[in-house]
Design a protein around this ligand. Sequence first.
Ligand SMILES: *[C@@H]1O[C@H](CO)[C@@H](O)[C@H](O)[C@H]1NC(C)=O
Ligand SMILES: *[C@@H]1O[C@H](CO)[C@@H](O)[C@H](O)[C@H]1NC(C)=O
Ligand SMILES: *[C@@H]1O[C@H](CO)[C@@H](O)[C@H](O)[C@H]1NC(C)=O
Ligand SMILES: *[C@@H]1O[C@H](CO)[C@@H](O)[C@H](O)[C@H]1NC(C)=O
Length: 345
Amino acid sequence: MEQQHVLHRFFCSCPLSCSSISSRPISLFSHKGLLPLLALFLLLGVFLPWTRSPLIPFPNRGSSFPSNWRDYSLSQAAKFAAKNGTLIVYTVSYPFLPFLNNWLISVSIQKHQDKVLVIAEDYATLYKVNEKWPGHAVLIPPALDSKTPQNYGSQGFFKFTSRRPKHLLEILELGYSVMYNDVDMVWLQDPFTYLEGSHDVYFTDDRTEIKPLNHSHELPNGWLNICSCTIFLRPTNGSKLLMKKWIDELRVGSRANKGNDQPGFNRALRKTAHQVDVYLLPQEAFPTGGLYFRNKTWVRETKGKHVIVHNNFIKGFNNKMKRFHQFGLWLVDDHALESPLGKLE
Ligand SMILES: *[C@@H]1O[C@H](CO)[C@@H](O)[C@H](O)[C@H]1NC(C)=O
Ligand SMILES: *[C@@H]1O[C@H](CO)[C@@H](O)[C@H](O)[C@H]1NC(C)=O
Ligand SMILES: *[C@@H]1O[C@H](CO)[C@@H](O)[C@H](O)[C@H]1NC(C)=O
Ligand SMILES: *[C@@H]1O[C@H](CO)[C@@H](O)[C@H](O)[C@H]1NC(C)=O
């Protein structure tokens, strides 16, 4: 860990953060009269075998990664990406790569990018992400056709979303905590500080009615519309049970779901209510797009409290992108360098 920090500091180009370089390795080398560059190579030579810094193009390529990303398994990928037993998972198909980059920039600004694992829905995405950012993408077969964007409500979208609880369950079975995010989200603050207590599962409400700031964190009564977009799960029996129930509900209700996994998630929540310890995240921090993008007054009143914004309650790739632009949430143009993927042409 220490070595990795030293390396990061050597590589970093920003003078401000470089001013914090620990003096030990510097003085060690300068006393011996070596050029800084030589010192850097020495450091690389000494520490390369033990580091997996993303700044080194192919760290441990031979031992850590398979020769073809096709053979990179979920358990290998999870082991590589997880930090402190936790993963952040984002599922994406090729047409949505700009949204991945936008989201990833916002995650990087909160310094959580290291534990991101992208579940690629097609081989083009798998190769592209791993080319730019080795090890952070995995494909769990079967792959989808990569040509068309899977819009909400389409049959393709259903196949896409029905796999979500299966992937999450697999990750839980491997023993990791997991934060899942939908494709059309952006972080404004660090969500991890909101995961209070040690509940099995944390989620957000997709209903647009305004709640008091002190609203309850229990499963709401009455008609339920919990979002399947931001979910945090600990690897407990309760959350595994919920994922299994969700899979069952999608199987029996696939026609009624019309390509949306959310009703199944809500039925599963209702049916497991007494067996799973749940936590409803605060509305002002995790607002539905139906509130955030539609009520300026509310947004003003809750200014500074928003943590993750969800660009839902709107259909279509172009409309979502346009709305992100309009609200100053399209970070790709100005912050591409802050993404581990860099600029995607
Ligand atoms: C690591 O995980 C534990 C348990 O989930 C948590 O309490 C702790 O704050 C985490 N540490 C860091 C550095 O994130
Ligand atoms: C929220 O605050 C109001 C007014 O202070 C109070 O009447 C209500 O019981 C509180 N609700 C919860 C869930 O604590
Ligand atoms: C979770 O389930 C496993 C397998 O069914 C069981 O052995 C274990 O005791 C359970 N743990 C808790 C905390 O209930
Ligand atoms: C918008 O938000 C304000 C402030 O919270 C609230 O009073 C108003 O009822 C909301 N408007 C709608 C249409 O929900």
